[in-house]
Write a protein that binds this ligand. Structure first.
Ligand code: AMP
Length: 228
C-alpha cells in the first residue's frame, strides 16, 4: 500500500555527497560567490558545507518563518529578522536545502536583492521539486519529480514528533483509546512508509518528548492522545 505521506530518510553521508555534488555544479559553471547566505534553518548545513567545498569564508543568514494566515488554510512565508546590509561589492549565493513551493527562496531572493543589493545574486539548493516549485534555482544537485518529504538529519527529532502527532490527530483508529507501541509502529509504517527502527534513538526520544509536552499520555504499556 502507498504511504499517505511518502518519506525518505536522508543520511548525513548523503548530505555531504549532495553538497559536494552541488559545489561541483557551481564550480563547473565558472561562477564563484564571495559570500554565501544560508536560509535558516534548512539551508544552514548545506551552506556551511558549500563554504568548505567552494573555499568561501563569509557566511550570512536570513531566517524564514511560515505562518498559517488567519481564516486561510494556506501558509505564508515571512522573513523574521529583516536587518539591512550593504553587499554592493560582493557576489552572493543564497542556499537552501530544498525548493518545494519555492515561496521561501522567492522571499529570500527578493529581500536580499532589494535590501542588501549584492553585485550579483544566485540561488542554490540541494534539491528542486520541479513539478511544484514556482522557481528553478540557478544551481541544484537533484531534481525531484515526485513529491516526497525528505527527512533531513537536522530535523530528525522535530519531524518524528510531528509524524507521530499527526497520526494521533488524524487517524480514526487512535480515537478514544490507548495504543500499544507495536500498534503505533505499524500505523507509522503505514502512514510514512519508513520503519521506526530506521530512525535510531530518535524514535524513543520523540515519544518521550511528546509525553513531556502532554501531546501523548502514557497509559500502561502504551500511549493515548493528550493535548494534540
Ligand atoms: P518551500 O515550500 O520551497 O518554501 O519550502 C520551505 C522549506 O520547508 C524548505 O526550505 C525545507 O526546509 C522545508 N521543506 C519543504 N518541502 C520539503 C520536503 N518535501 N522535504 C523536506 N523539507 C521540505
Amino acid at each position: 500500500m502507498k504511504p499517505k505521506v511518502p518519506v525518505k530518510i536522508v543520511t548525513w553521508e548523503e548530505i555531504v555527497e549532495w553538497s559536494r555534488g552541488l559545489a561541483e555544479v557551481i564550480e563547473k559553471s565558472g561562477w564563484k560567490p564571495d559570500v554565501i547566505i544560508a536560509v535558516a534553518r534548512g539551508g544552514y548545513v548545506p551552506a556551511r558545507l558549500l563554504c568548505d567545498f567552494l573555499d568561501v569564508t563569509d557566511l550570512l543568514s536570513v531566517q524564514s518563518q511560515h505562518w498559517v494566515e488567519a481564516a486561510k488554510a494556506a501558509e505564508k512565508a515571512i522573513l523574521k529578522f529583516p536587518y539591512k546590509l550593504d553587499l554592493s561589492d560582493l557576489k552572493a549565493l543564497i542556499v537552501d536545502d530544498i525548493v518545494d513551493t519555492g515561496d521561501t527562496l522567492i522571499l529570500a531572493r527578493d529581500f536580499v536583492s532589494k535590501e542588501w543589493r549584492p553585485k550579483e545574486l544566485k540561488i542554490a539548493a540541494l534539491q528542486w521539486i520541479s513539478p511544484v516549485a514556482k522557481i528553478k534555482p540557478d544551481y541544484y544537485y537533484l531534481e525531484v519529480k515526485e513529491w516526497i518529504w525528505f527527512q533531513y538529519p537536522w530535523t530528525r527529532l522535530e519531524d518524528t514528533m510531528q509524524f507521530i502527532t499527526r497520526i494521533f490527530r488524524e487517524d480514526p483508529r487512535t480515537k478514544g483509546r490507548a495504543l500499544s507501541i507495536d500498534e503505533i509502529k505499524s500505523l507509522f509504517m503505514e502512514w510514512y512508509g519508513i520503519k521506526p527502527e530506521d530512525l535510531g534513538f530518535y524514535w524513543d526520544l520523540a515519544l518521550r518528548r511528546l509525553v513531556e509536552k502532554g501531546v501523548l499520555v502514557k497509559d500502561g504499556e502504551g500511549f493515548r492522545a493528550g493535548r494534540l
